[in-house]
Design a protein around this ligand. Structure first.
Ligand SMILES: [Zn+2]
Length: 479
Protein backbone atom coordinates (compact mmCIF):
# COMPACT_ATOMS: atom_id res chain seq x y z
CA UNK A 1 0.00 0.00 0.00
CA UNK A 2 1.40 3.38 -1.02
CA UNK A 3 2.05 6.08 1.50
CA UNK A 4 -0.62 8.37 0.07
CA UNK A 5 -3.24 5.72 0.78
CA UNK A 6 -2.55 6.06 4.49
CA UNK A 7 -3.18 9.80 4.63
CA UNK A 8 -6.54 9.82 6.34
CA UNK A 9 -8.17 13.16 6.86
CA UNK A 10 -6.71 15.13 9.73
CA UNK A 11 -8.88 15.43 12.76
CA UNK A 12 -10.72 18.60 13.61
CA UNK A 13 -11.26 20.00 17.08
CA UNK A 14 -14.59 18.96 18.62
CA UNK A 15 -17.03 21.88 18.60
CA UNK A 16 -17.93 21.22 22.24
CA UNK A 17 -14.28 21.72 23.24
CA UNK A 18 -13.51 24.89 21.33
CA UNK A 19 -16.08 26.22 18.89
CA UNK A 20 -13.83 28.91 17.44
CA UNK A 21 -11.06 26.40 16.75
CA UNK A 22 -13.60 23.96 15.29
CA UNK A 23 -14.70 26.69 12.89
CA UNK A 24 -11.16 27.46 11.80
CA UNK A 25 -10.41 23.74 11.36
CA UNK A 26 -13.49 23.19 9.20
CA UNK A 27 -12.75 26.20 7.02
CA UNK A 28 -9.27 24.83 6.40
CA UNK A 29 -9.92 21.08 6.22
CA UNK A 30 -12.96 21.43 3.98
CA UNK A 31 -10.68 23.41 1.65
CA UNK A 32 -12.83 26.54 1.60
CA UNK A 33 -10.34 29.28 2.32
CA UNK A 34 -6.70 30.12 2.75
CA UNK A 35 -5.45 33.26 4.49
CA UNK A 36 -4.33 36.07 2.19
CA UNK A 37 -0.97 37.84 2.48
CA UNK A 38 -2.48 41.00 3.93
CA UNK A 39 -3.91 40.42 7.38
CA UNK A 40 -7.65 39.94 7.32
CA UNK A 41 -7.86 39.00 3.66
CA UNK A 42 -8.77 35.57 2.37
CA UNK A 43 -8.32 33.47 -0.70
CA UNK A 44 -11.58 31.69 -1.37
CA UNK A 45 -10.56 28.35 -2.86
CA UNK A 46 -12.42 26.50 -5.64
CA UNK A 47 -14.67 24.46 -3.36
CA UNK A 48 -15.58 27.46 -1.19
CA UNK A 49 -16.20 29.61 -4.22
CA UNK A 50 -18.32 26.94 -5.91
CA UNK A 51 -20.68 26.94 -2.91
CA UNK A 52 -20.76 30.76 -2.87
CA UNK A 53 -21.48 30.80 -6.62
CA UNK A 54 -24.46 28.51 -6.19
CA UNK A 55 -25.86 30.89 -3.57
CA UNK A 56 -24.97 33.89 -5.71
CA UNK A 57 -26.53 32.49 -8.88
CA UNK A 58 -29.83 31.87 -7.13
CA UNK A 59 -29.83 35.34 -5.56
CA UNK A 60 -28.85 36.95 -8.86
CA UNK A 61 -31.79 35.21 -10.51
CA UNK A 62 -34.16 36.54 -7.83
CA UNK A 63 -32.70 40.05 -8.07
CA UNK A 64 -33.32 40.12 -11.80
CA UNK A 65 -36.72 38.50 -11.43
CA UNK A 66 -37.76 41.40 -9.19
CA UNK A 67 -36.88 43.91 -11.92
CA UNK A 68 -33.31 44.95 -11.08
CA UNK A 69 -30.39 45.40 -13.48
CA UNK A 70 -26.78 44.60 -12.73
CA UNK A 71 -24.16 47.34 -13.12
CA UNK A 72 -20.50 47.83 -12.20
CA UNK A 73 -19.33 51.01 -10.47
CA UNK A 74 -15.70 51.98 -9.75
CA UNK A 75 -13.84 50.81 -6.62
CA UNK A 76 -12.60 54.35 -5.87
CA UNK A 77 -14.49 56.99 -3.93
CA UNK A 78 -13.03 60.54 -3.79
CA UNK A 79 -12.77 61.67 -0.17
CA UNK A 80 -14.98 64.72 -0.78
CA UNK A 81 -17.76 62.48 -2.05
CA UNK A 82 -17.61 60.20 0.99
CA UNK A 83 -17.89 63.27 3.25
CA UNK A 84 -21.19 64.38 1.78
CA UNK A 85 -23.57 62.42 4.00
CA UNK A 86 -22.53 63.07 7.60
CA UNK A 87 -23.90 59.98 9.40
CA UNK A 88 -22.64 57.74 6.65
CA UNK A 89 -19.06 58.97 6.73
CA UNK A 90 -18.98 58.81 10.54
CA UNK A 91 -20.20 55.23 10.43
CA UNK A 92 -17.54 54.06 8.01
CA UNK A 93 -14.57 56.36 8.69
CA UNK A 94 -12.72 54.01 11.08
CA UNK A 95 -12.73 51.19 8.52
CA UNK A 96 -11.83 53.03 5.33
CA UNK A 97 -8.68 52.04 3.42
CA UNK A 98 -7.20 55.10 1.68
CA UNK A 99 -5.28 55.33 -1.55
CA UNK A 100 -2.85 58.24 -1.39
CA UNK A 101 -0.49 57.71 -4.31
CA UNK A 102 -0.65 56.96 -8.01
CA UNK A 103 2.76 55.54 -8.82
CA UNK A 104 5.18 57.94 -7.09
CA UNK A 105 2.87 60.92 -7.25
CA UNK A 106 0.83 61.96 -4.27
CA UNK A 107 -2.81 62.34 -5.25
CA UNK A 108 -4.44 65.76 -4.93
CA UNK A 109 -7.32 64.06 -3.15
CA UNK A 110 -7.29 60.81 -1.20
CA UNK A 111 -9.39 58.01 -2.64
CA UNK A 112 -11.25 55.49 -0.51
CA UNK A 113 -11.41 51.90 -1.64
CA UNK A 114 -15.19 51.50 -1.44
CA UNK A 115 -16.39 50.15 1.93
CA UNK A 116 -19.88 50.28 0.34
CA UNK A 117 -21.13 52.33 -2.60
CA UNK A 118 -24.06 54.51 -1.50
CA UNK A 119 -22.27 57.75 -2.34
CA UNK A 120 -21.19 56.57 -5.79
CA UNK A 121 -24.74 55.63 -6.70
CA UNK A 122 -26.14 58.79 -5.18
CA UNK A 123 -23.74 60.92 -7.20
CA UNK A 124 -24.71 59.03 -10.34
CA UNK A 125 -28.42 59.31 -9.62
CA UNK A 126 -28.12 63.06 -9.03
CA UNK A 127 -26.86 63.36 -12.61
CA UNK A 128 -29.11 60.82 -14.28
CA UNK A 129 -32.54 61.19 -12.71
CA UNK A 130 -34.56 64.09 -14.10
CA UNK A 131 -38.18 63.10 -14.43
CA UNK A 132 -40.70 60.83 -12.72
CA UNK A 133 -40.35 58.79 -15.91
CA UNK A 134 -36.78 57.90 -14.85
CA UNK A 135 -38.09 56.21 -11.71
CA UNK A 136 -37.71 53.76 -10.19
CA UNK A 137 -34.02 53.13 -10.72
CA UNK A 138 -33.34 49.56 -9.70
CA UNK A 139 -29.59 48.80 -9.78
CA UNK A 140 -27.50 46.07 -8.26
CA UNK A 141 -23.81 45.24 -8.37
CA UNK A 142 -21.74 42.19 -7.44
CA UNK A 143 -18.45 43.45 -6.04
CA UNK A 144 -15.77 43.22 -3.42
CA UNK A 145 -15.53 45.89 -0.73
CA UNK A 146 -12.82 46.75 1.79
CA UNK A 147 -13.29 47.48 5.48
CA UNK A 148 -10.14 47.68 7.58
CA UNK A 149 -11.21 45.40 10.42
CA UNK A 150 -9.14 45.01 13.58
CA UNK A 151 -10.05 41.43 14.34
CA UNK A 152 -10.82 39.17 11.45
CA UNK A 153 -12.05 35.64 10.81
CA UNK A 154 -12.62 33.93 7.46
CA UNK A 155 -16.05 34.79 6.03
CA UNK A 156 -17.33 36.29 9.31
CA UNK A 157 -15.24 39.40 9.40
CA UNK A 158 -12.61 40.07 6.78
CA UNK A 159 -10.93 43.21 5.52
CA UNK A 160 -12.15 42.44 2.05
CA UNK A 161 -15.32 40.54 1.24
CA UNK A 162 -17.55 39.79 -1.71
CA UNK A 163 -21.19 40.72 -1.88
CA UNK A 164 -23.95 42.27 -3.85
CA UNK A 165 -25.24 45.73 -3.09
CA UNK A 166 -28.55 46.93 -4.46
CA UNK A 167 -29.14 50.68 -4.78
CA UNK A 168 -32.53 51.98 -5.79
CA UNK A 169 -34.30 55.32 -6.16
CA UNK A 170 -38.08 55.76 -6.02
CA UNK A 171 -40.68 58.46 -6.45
CA UNK A 172 -42.36 57.98 -3.08
CA UNK A 173 -41.51 56.94 0.45
CA UNK A 174 -44.02 54.14 0.16
CA UNK A 175 -42.39 52.75 -2.98
CA UNK A 176 -39.02 52.74 -1.22
CA UNK A 177 -40.57 51.05 1.82
CA UNK A 178 -42.03 48.33 -0.39
CA UNK A 179 -38.68 47.80 -2.05
CA UNK A 180 -36.97 47.52 1.35
CA UNK A 181 -39.51 44.88 2.40
CA UNK A 182 -39.35 43.03 -0.90
CA UNK A 183 -35.58 42.59 -0.85
CA UNK A 184 -35.53 41.49 2.78
CA UNK A 185 -38.09 38.89 1.72
CA UNK A 186 -35.83 37.77 -1.12
CA UNK A 187 -32.94 37.28 1.32
CA UNK A 188 -35.09 35.49 3.87
CA UNK A 189 -36.50 33.07 1.29
CA UNK A 190 -33.06 32.39 -0.16
CA UNK A 191 -31.53 31.64 3.23
CA UNK A 192 -34.44 29.48 4.39
CA UNK A 193 -35.15 27.62 1.13
CA UNK A 194 -31.64 27.16 -0.21
CA UNK A 195 -29.34 27.32 2.79
CA UNK A 196 -31.88 25.58 5.06
CA UNK A 197 -31.29 28.21 7.76
CA UNK A 198 -34.34 29.61 9.58
CA UNK A 199 -34.18 33.39 10.07
CA UNK A 200 -35.88 35.98 12.22
CA UNK A 201 -37.12 38.97 10.24
CA UNK A 202 -37.26 42.36 11.84
CA UNK A 203 -36.11 45.94 12.10
CA UNK A 204 -32.87 47.15 13.66
CA UNK A 205 -32.99 49.58 16.55
CA UNK A 206 -31.77 53.15 15.94
CA UNK A 207 -28.45 52.21 17.54
CA UNK A 208 -27.89 49.21 15.27
CA UNK A 209 -29.22 50.61 12.01
CA UNK A 210 -27.02 51.36 8.98
CA UNK A 211 -25.15 54.66 9.06
CA UNK A 212 -27.28 57.12 7.09
CA UNK A 213 -30.46 55.02 6.93
CA UNK A 214 -33.97 55.97 8.01
CA UNK A 215 -34.35 52.36 9.12
CA UNK A 216 -32.72 48.99 8.53
CA UNK A 217 -34.43 45.63 8.14
CA UNK A 218 -32.49 42.48 8.93
CA UNK A 219 -32.59 38.71 8.91
CA UNK A 220 -30.91 37.08 11.89
CA UNK A 221 -29.85 33.46 12.20
CA UNK A 222 -28.73 31.46 15.24
CA UNK A 223 -25.46 29.57 15.06
CA UNK A 224 -24.77 26.22 16.70
CA UNK A 225 -22.98 27.86 19.62
CA UNK A 226 -26.00 30.05 20.39
CA UNK A 227 -24.59 33.25 18.90
CA UNK A 228 -26.49 35.24 16.31
CA UNK A 229 -25.32 36.17 12.85
CA UNK A 230 -26.82 39.07 10.92
CA UNK A 231 -27.35 37.44 7.55
CA UNK A 232 -28.63 40.15 5.22
CA UNK A 233 -29.85 43.74 5.58
CA UNK A 234 -32.14 46.04 3.63
CA UNK A 235 -32.13 49.79 4.28
CA UNK A 236 -34.68 52.50 3.68
CA UNK A 237 -32.77 55.77 3.29
CA UNK A 238 -35.69 58.11 3.17
CA UNK A 239 -34.38 61.44 1.89
CA UNK A 240 -31.00 61.42 3.65
CA UNK A 241 -28.78 60.79 0.65
CA UNK A 242 -31.16 62.53 -1.77
CA UNK A 243 -30.85 65.78 0.20
CA UNK A 244 -27.10 65.46 0.66
CA UNK A 245 -26.57 64.76 -3.06
CA UNK A 246 -29.46 66.84 -4.39
CA UNK A 247 -31.16 63.97 -6.22
CA UNK A 248 -34.40 65.42 -7.51
CA UNK A 249 -36.94 64.72 -10.23
CA UNK A 250 -39.84 66.62 -11.75
CA UNK A 251 -43.13 64.98 -10.82
CA UNK A 252 -46.22 64.78 -13.06
CA UNK A 253 -47.17 68.33 -12.08
CA UNK A 254 -43.76 69.66 -13.04
CA UNK A 255 -42.73 70.14 -9.40
CA UNK A 256 -39.27 69.24 -8.13
CA UNK A 257 -39.18 66.37 -5.62
CA UNK A 258 -36.46 64.45 -3.82
CA UNK A 259 -36.16 60.73 -4.59
CA UNK A 260 -36.52 58.09 -1.88
CA UNK A 261 -33.67 55.57 -1.81
CA UNK A 262 -32.89 52.10 -0.56
CA UNK A 263 -29.89 49.81 -0.45
CA UNK A 264 -29.54 46.15 0.47
CA UNK A 265 -26.59 43.81 0.81
CA UNK A 266 -25.85 40.12 1.11
CA UNK A 267 -22.28 38.87 1.48
CA UNK A 268 -19.89 35.93 1.74
CA UNK A 269 -20.55 36.20 5.47
CA UNK A 270 -23.39 33.77 4.84
CA UNK A 271 -20.73 31.09 4.30
CA UNK A 272 -19.95 31.47 7.99
CA UNK A 273 -23.60 30.82 8.82
CA UNK A 274 -23.63 27.77 6.58
CA UNK A 275 -20.63 26.33 8.45
CA UNK A 276 -21.86 27.22 11.95
CA UNK A 277 -25.50 26.19 11.53
CA UNK A 278 -25.14 22.82 9.80
CA UNK A 279 -21.54 21.71 10.46
CA UNK A 280 -20.66 18.95 12.92
CA UNK A 281 -17.60 17.22 14.32
CA UNK A 282 -17.00 15.45 11.02
CA UNK A 283 -16.83 18.76 9.18
CA UNK A 284 -19.01 20.76 6.85
CA UNK A 285 -22.61 19.83 5.97
CA UNK A 286 -23.83 21.46 2.76
CA UNK A 287 -27.56 21.61 2.03
CA UNK A 288 -28.26 19.77 -1.27
CA UNK A 289 -29.72 22.81 -3.03
CA UNK A 290 -26.43 24.72 -2.88
CA UNK A 291 -24.01 21.77 -2.87
CA UNK A 292 -21.61 21.88 -5.86
CA UNK A 293 -21.60 18.08 -5.72
CA UNK A 294 -24.81 16.54 -4.39
CA UNK A 295 -23.76 12.92 -4.70
CA UNK A 296 -20.25 11.46 -4.76
CA UNK A 297 -19.78 8.00 -6.17
CA UNK A 298 -17.11 6.01 -4.37
CA UNK A 299 -16.33 2.69 -6.08
CA UNK A 300 -15.45 -0.12 -3.65
CA UNK A 301 -12.74 -2.62 -4.64
CA UNK A 302 -12.40 -0.69 -7.85
CA UNK A 303 -9.44 -2.80 -9.00
CA UNK A 304 -11.85 -5.71 -9.57
CA UNK A 305 -12.99 -6.19 -13.09
CA UNK A 306 -16.04 -4.23 -14.15
CA UNK A 307 -16.39 -2.08 -11.01
CA UNK A 308 -15.05 1.15 -12.47
CA UNK A 309 -16.98 0.68 -15.71
CA UNK A 310 -20.19 0.27 -13.76
CA UNK A 311 -19.38 3.25 -11.56
CA UNK A 312 -18.82 5.47 -14.60
CA UNK A 313 -22.02 4.14 -16.16
CA UNK A 314 -23.81 5.15 -13.00
CA UNK A 315 -22.30 8.64 -13.10
CA UNK A 316 -23.42 9.08 -16.71
CA UNK A 317 -26.90 7.87 -15.87
CA UNK A 318 -27.30 10.34 -12.99
CA UNK A 319 -25.49 13.38 -14.30
CA UNK A 320 -28.54 15.03 -15.87
CA UNK A 321 -30.57 14.42 -12.75
CA UNK A 322 -28.31 15.56 -9.91
CA UNK A 323 -24.88 17.18 -9.55
CA UNK A 324 -22.86 13.96 -9.34
CA UNK A 325 -19.15 13.23 -9.31
CA UNK A 326 -16.99 10.15 -8.98
CA UNK A 327 -13.73 9.60 -7.17
CA UNK A 328 -11.90 6.86 -9.06
CA UNK A 329 -8.48 7.85 -7.67
CA UNK A 330 -6.36 5.14 -6.09
CA UNK A 331 -6.91 6.48 -2.57
CA UNK A 332 -8.51 4.09 -0.09
CA UNK A 333 -12.31 4.16 0.23
CA UNK A 334 -11.90 5.09 3.91
CA UNK A 335 -9.92 8.18 2.95
CA UNK A 336 -12.57 9.14 0.43
CA UNK A 337 -15.39 8.66 2.96
CA UNK A 338 -13.67 11.03 5.38
CA UNK A 339 -12.81 13.55 2.71
CA UNK A 340 -16.35 13.90 1.38
CA UNK A 341 -17.82 13.93 4.86
CA UNK A 342 -15.43 16.76 5.68
CA UNK A 343 -16.58 18.59 2.57
CA UNK A 344 -20.20 18.03 3.53
CA UNK A 345 -21.31 16.38 0.28
CA UNK A 346 -24.94 15.43 0.95
CA UNK A 347 -24.91 11.82 -0.31
CA UNK A 348 -22.22 9.22 -0.84
CA UNK A 349 -23.00 6.49 -3.35
CA UNK A 350 -21.03 3.30 -2.71
CA UNK A 351 -20.80 0.61 -5.33
CA UNK A 352 -18.71 -2.57 -5.10
CA UNK A 353 -18.67 -6.04 -6.69
CA UNK A 354 -21.37 -7.36 -4.34
CA UNK A 355 -23.65 -4.41 -5.08
CA UNK A 356 -23.16 -4.91 -8.80
CA UNK A 357 -24.09 -8.56 -8.40
CA UNK A 358 -27.26 -7.59 -6.53
CA UNK A 359 -27.98 -4.68 -8.89
CA UNK A 360 -27.99 -2.16 -6.06
CA UNK A 361 -26.01 0.71 -4.57
CA UNK A 362 -25.54 1.98 -1.03
CA UNK A 363 -26.58 5.56 -0.30
CA UNK A 364 -25.10 7.20 2.78
CA UNK A 365 -26.55 10.49 4.04
CA UNK A 366 -24.11 13.11 5.32
CA UNK A 367 -26.62 14.73 7.69
CA UNK A 368 -27.54 11.59 9.69
CA UNK A 369 -24.98 9.01 8.57
CA UNK A 370 -27.81 6.60 7.71
CA UNK A 371 -27.22 3.99 5.04
CA UNK A 372 -29.75 2.53 2.68
CA UNK A 373 -29.61 -0.02 -0.08
CA UNK A 374 -31.35 1.09 -3.24
CA UNK A 375 -32.07 -1.01 -6.31
CA UNK A 376 -30.21 0.35 -9.32
CA UNK A 377 -33.40 0.68 -11.31
CA UNK A 378 -34.97 2.79 -8.55
CA UNK A 379 -32.11 5.23 -8.19
CA UNK A 380 -33.57 7.90 -10.46
CA UNK A 381 -36.53 8.10 -8.08
CA UNK A 382 -34.81 7.61 -4.78
CA UNK A 383 -31.77 9.87 -5.05
CA UNK A 384 -33.60 13.17 -5.78
CA UNK A 385 -36.16 12.31 -3.10
CA UNK A 386 -33.38 11.65 -0.61
CA UNK A 387 -31.77 15.01 -1.42
CA UNK A 388 -35.11 16.71 -0.70
CA UNK A 389 -35.38 14.86 2.60
CA UNK A 390 -31.88 15.97 3.60
CA UNK A 391 -32.66 19.57 2.68
CA UNK A 392 -35.81 19.48 4.83
CA UNK A 393 -34.12 17.69 7.70
CA UNK A 394 -31.35 20.30 7.87
CA UNK A 395 -33.91 23.09 8.09
CA UNK A 396 -35.98 21.24 10.69
CA UNK A 397 -32.92 20.52 12.81
CA UNK A 398 -31.77 24.14 12.67
CA UNK A 399 -35.25 25.35 13.58
CA UNK A 400 -35.52 22.92 16.51
CA UNK A 401 -32.11 24.09 17.72
CA UNK A 402 -33.15 27.73 17.48
CA UNK A 403 -36.39 27.07 19.35
CA UNK A 404 -34.53 25.18 22.04
CA UNK A 405 -32.11 28.09 22.43
CA UNK A 406 -34.72 30.84 22.52
CA UNK A 407 -35.68 32.08 25.98
CA UNK A 408 -37.76 34.79 27.58
CA UNK A 409 -36.40 37.25 30.15
CA UNK A 410 -38.52 39.68 32.17
CA UNK A 411 -35.82 41.44 34.17
CA UNK A 412 -32.05 41.84 34.13
CA UNK A 413 -31.42 38.98 36.57
CA UNK A 414 -33.32 36.60 34.34
CA UNK A 415 -31.54 38.04 31.33
CA UNK A 416 -28.09 37.41 32.76
CA UNK A 417 -28.92 33.97 34.15
CA UNK A 418 -30.39 32.86 30.85
CA UNK A 419 -27.39 34.07 28.92
CA UNK A 420 -25.07 32.14 31.21
CA UNK A 421 -27.04 28.91 31.16
CA UNK A 422 -28.25 28.86 27.60
CA UNK A 423 -26.62 31.14 25.06
CA UNK A 424 -29.14 31.94 22.36
CA UNK A 425 -31.90 34.35 21.42
CA UNK A 426 -33.54 36.15 24.32
CA UNK A 427 -36.99 37.63 23.90
CA UNK A 428 -37.39 40.64 26.15
CA UNK A 429 -39.52 43.77 26.21
CA UNK A 430 -37.92 47.17 25.70
CA UNK A 431 -39.02 50.72 26.50
CA UNK A 432 -37.39 52.13 23.35
CA UNK A 433 -34.75 54.08 25.26
CA UNK A 434 -31.23 53.96 23.87
CA UNK A 435 -29.81 54.05 27.42
CA UNK A 436 -31.39 50.68 28.24
CA UNK A 437 -30.02 49.14 25.08
CA UNK A 438 -26.55 50.46 25.92
CA UNK A 439 -26.78 49.17 29.46
CA UNK A 440 -27.80 45.68 28.37
CA UNK A 441 -24.85 45.55 25.99
CA UNK A 442 -22.44 46.77 28.64
CA UNK A 443 -23.60 44.38 31.35
CA UNK A 444 -24.18 41.27 29.25
CA UNK A 445 -22.35 41.77 25.91
CA UNK A 446 -25.64 40.82 24.21
CA UNK A 447 -26.90 43.24 21.57
CA UNK A 448 -30.33 43.89 20.16
CA UNK A 449 -30.61 41.76 17.03
CA UNK A 450 -33.96 43.01 15.82
CA UNK A 451 -37.42 44.23 16.66
CA UNK A 452 -39.18 41.23 15.12
CA UNK A 453 -42.05 41.75 12.69
CA UNK A 454 -43.90 39.05 14.64
CA UNK A 455 -44.46 40.93 17.86
CA UNK A 456 -45.72 39.38 21.10
CA UNK A 457 -46.03 40.66 24.64
CA UNK A 458 -43.93 38.62 27.06
CA UNK A 459 -44.14 41.28 29.81
CA UNK A 460 -45.57 44.74 30.35
CA UNK A 461 -42.36 46.43 31.44
CA UNK A 462 -38.89 47.04 29.98
CA UNK A 463 -36.45 44.25 30.85
CA UNK A 464 -33.86 46.84 31.85
CA UNK A 465 -35.48 49.88 33.51
CA UNK A 466 -38.90 48.47 34.48
CA UNK A 467 -40.76 51.31 32.79
CA UNK A 468 -43.60 50.71 30.40
CA UNK A 469 -42.53 48.50 27.49
CA UNK A 470 -42.94 49.59 23.90
CA UNK A 471 -42.00 46.52 21.92
CA UNK A 472 -40.46 43.07 21.92
CA UNK A 473 -36.78 42.92 21.01
CA UNK A 474 -34.69 39.84 20.24
CA UNK A 475 -31.30 39.97 21.94
CA UNK A 476 -28.24 37.78 21.61
CA UNK A 477 -24.50 37.65 21.65
CA UNK A 478 -23.53 38.03 18.06
CA UNK A 479 -20.73 37.55 15.55
ZN1 LIG B 1 -35.95 50.65 29.50
Amino acid sequence: MGKKNKQFVEKITAMEDDFAQWYTDVVKQADLVEYGLVRGTMIIKPYGFAIWENIKDELDYKIKETGHSNVAFPVFIPESLLQKEKDHVEGFAPEVAWITHGGDDKLAERLAFRPTSEVLFSDYYSKNIHSYRDLPKLYNQWTNVVRWEKTTRPFLRSSEFHWQEGHTAHATDEDAAQETDRMLGVYADLVEDYLAIPVLRGRKTEKEKFAGAKYTLTIEALMHDGKALQSGTSHHFGLGFAEAFDITYLDENGESQFVHQTSWGFSTRIMGALIMVHGDNRGLVVPPRIAPTQAMIVPIAQHKEGVLDKAYDLRDRLKDLVRVDIDASDKMPGWKFNEYEMKGIPVRVEMGPKDIEKEQVVLVRRDTGEKEFVALNDLENRLPALLDEIQQNLFDKALAHRNEKTSVAKNMDEFKQTLEQKTGFIKAMWCGDNACEEKIKEETTATSRCIPFEQETVADTCVCCGKEAKELVIWAKAY
